[in-house]
Design a protein around this ligand. Structure first.
Ligand code: WT7
Length: 647
């Protein structure tokens, strides 16, 4: 662990919304009287009908219920667009930077209004109504933001599926929320390569019983696609027929805004449901304070809108604040390893938010691609998605930020809606690798395996003791699963699934997942999902998947595979299995290592002992822990010698 501490730069102490005293006072107020605190903060968005009830939440076993501002009426798109028009109509809302450096586009708030209304009218003409689910499977083009906001304007619930997911993954998500309308593009474009999105949608719909009613196709590359008459329509053709006015539907604060599927330790991905009022208040407030966003700043979050980071910190938080938000279609190393920094210079970006995996990959390419750019506009750097190792943190700070820009290492989850543990740039002294301190209203606790709350410096599991407005409300269609997953391990507390350490200064250091979830390049993958994809292959009889340390990805996917009897392991089969998983789930789920295992270590009752498999994958052969419950200890020795022979 790094012992280094970075003080708040003098320039920051002067310009920031809050200094250290400010943070402490506001934090105390937020946890001392949440009703009063959030009652005030709720006013940062416009309400058609004001709320009279602020907080009505319970984490009680079997009766978890979370409501914020429950009798307020508002609309998210109104707050992200219309309310800014009078003062910011001509201000740029979205800067779009294409995969190809010669392509970019600027969209003002007035243009955003017109585009979103058109999109909403196209949806409305296809009978999309308040409460209907709309699946969005788009690349990083402005239409992705237009589509989200169009749904929000109508009160439809969007479910974005990351454009890297396979037709199978897309199909299961369409089915789970029963969406009848899909929005996609002909093809995506990333790093110069085309992704067949419309073809994937066609393949997915073929697996959905009853199909869907409408597919709206945005033209991105002009590549050839098949259009099914009556079902499929080109967006540009449909948009030509409608006006750029569409009223914003009044929504109750607790009406659903979106569903976003995320992997857990068991079963199929869960539909995390976020609602309207509390989510927007929390996304906007965190965006303002964590990034210290001031009027006129140019802000860039490199995430994809297919993940929660894109929802909260490319679209909803920034636009609710009237910000200028940059949306990037491409990848960090195309056409060269200088791309990020060139985009920063081109658009004079002040605030830059990315993931440790990107930082590590660029760090490997050396300092030169960074140094040859100016980056003088940069003021603040951010990190999200996984723990950032101190070495990468130091490089990011020294080389990218020229020792001048604080780094906000923001810890949060799809479920939390917004950032929960983070530095504030004008207030918090930084320790490389630590997410530091709780945001306003957040009550983190460190608990041991029995649920005992540990005080002071301690290490254990991270729970949150009380609700905050951005919290997910339920698992779509399965409240029981919601309670079971997040509230059963530690009664009356939200369990994050993360381990953490709190140091003597009260700083939090997230140590990673403590469940069977792997974090690959900042993306969550359930081991169970990869396993079920593997055993679906006709030559596989059994599979166990664990994470292992990976230089760039943070964690890699390590698969132990037992073949059907009579099937011989081969290099060819190994490749076939990797390709199989890519096709079943998507490239992010590709196993990095496949070890053919004649047997898997199991308890006498037949449970696979992943703890041991994890140790073998980490090459910690001498430290396997208790092996006395193994049904057949010989299996473990075989796996170890096999692994050693590979080295
Ligand atoms: C998991 C949530 C939140 C947006 C992106 C990921 C890990 C996230 C950090 C961080 C250490 C982090 C946790 C968490 N994580 N940010 N700053 N430091 N770990 O969202 O896919 O829902 O994954 O990502 O393990 O539980 P997600």
């Amino acid at each position: 662990m790094s012992e280094k501490i970075y003080d708040v730069p003098t320039a920051w102490a002067q310009r920031a919304f809050l200094d250290d005293h400010g943070y402490r006072a506001k934090y105390e107020a937020s946890v001392h009287d949440p009703e009063a605190f959030w009652g005030e903060e709720g006013k940062r968005i416009d309400w058609f009908e004001p709320y009279t009830v602020v907080k009505n939440t319970s984490f009680a076993p079997g009766a978890v219920s979370i409501k914020w501002f429950e009798d307020g009426v508002t609309n998210v798109a109104w707050n992200c667009i219309d309310r800014h028009l009078e003062t910011r109509g001509d201000q740029v809302a979205i800067i779009w930077e294409g995969d190809d450096p010669s392509q970019s586009r600027k969209i003002t708030y007035q243009e955003l209004h017109d585009e979103v209304c058109r999109f909403a009218n196209v949806l409305r003409n296809r009978n999309v109504e308040k409460g209907d689910r709309v699946t969005i499977y788009l690349p990083m083009i402005p239409e992705a933001a237009f589509a989200m906001l169009a749904c929000a304007r109508l009160g439809a619930v969007h479910s974005i599926v990351f454009a890297g997911f396979s037709p199978d993954s897309l199909a299961s998500r369409i089915r789970d929320c029963d969406s009848k309308v899909i929005i996609t593009a002909d093809e995506g474009l990333r790093g110069g390569r085309k992704v067949p999105l419309k073809a994937n949608v066609d393949a997915a719909i073929a697996k959905v019983e009853g199909g869907v009613d409408h597919v709206i196709v945005v033209k991105r590359t002009g590549g050839a696609v098949e259009m099914e008459p009556g079902r499929d329509v080109w967006y540009h053709a449909a948009a030509d027929l409608v006006t750029s006015e569409c009223p914003a539907t009044p929504m109750n604060a607790e009406d659903p805004l979106f569903i976003l599927y995320t992997s857990g330790s068991t079963g199929t991905p869960k539909g995390v449901l976020h609602t309207t009022g509390g989510y927007l208040v929390y996304a906007a407030m965190t965006h303002q304070y964590v990034f210290d966003y001031h009027d006129g700043d140019i802000y860039w979050c490199t995430a994809d809108v297919g993940w929660v980071t894109g929802h909260s910190y490319i679209v909803y938080g920034p636009l609710a604040n009237g910000a200028t938000t940059l949306m990037f279609e491409g990848v960090p190393n195309y056409p060269t390893n200088s791309r990020f920094w060139e985009v920063i210079d081109k658009h004079q970006v002040n605030i830059f938010y990315t993931a440790p995996t990107a930082i590590r990959a660029l760090m490997q390419a050396g300092d030169e691609p960074v140094r040859k750019t100016s980056r003088a506009s940069l003021r603040l750097l951010g990190s999200v998605g996984e723990p950032i190792n101190p070495e990468a943190w130091e490089w990011y700070h020294r080389v990218v930020g020229d020792d001048r820009c604080p780094i906000v290492d923001t810890w949060w989850q799809t479920e939390t809606g917004g950032i929960l543990i983070t530095p504030l740039p004008g207030a918090t002294r930084l320790k490389p690798g630590s997410a530091t301190q709780p945001f306003f209203g957040i009550v983190p606790q460190v608990v041991d395996a029995e649920g005992k709350v540990l005080e002071g410096a301690s290490e254990g599991n991270l729970v949150i003791a009380d609700s905050w407005p951005g919290q997910m409300r339920t698992v779509y269609g399965d409240h029981e699963r919601f309670m079971q997953t997040y509230f059963s391990a530690y009664p009356n507390k939200y369990f994050t699934g993360d381990g953490c350490r709190r140091d003597d200064d009260g700083y939090y250091w997230i140590t990673g997942r403590v469940d069977d979830v792997i974090n690959v390049s900042g993306h969550r993958m359930g081991t169970a999902e990869v396993e079920s994809a593997l055993v679906a292959h006709p030559k596989v009889s059994e599979a166990a998947v664990v994470g292992y340390p990976h230089d760039i990805k943070g964690q890699g996917i390590y698969a132990y595979v037992t073949l059907m009897s009579g099937v011989e392991p081969s290099e060819e089969l190994r490749k076939e299995l990797v390709a199989w998983v890519r096709r079943e789930i998507g490239p992010i789920a590709s196993p990095d290592l496949v070890q053919f295992a004649p047997g898997l270590p199991k308890t006498r009752s037949g449970k696979i002992m992943r703890r041991i498999l994890r140790k073998i994958a980490e090459d910690e052969f001498g430290n396997l822990g208790d092996t006395s419950t193994l049904a057949d200890p010989g299996v473990v020795n075989d796996l170890i010698s096999q692994r050693q022979n590979k080295k």
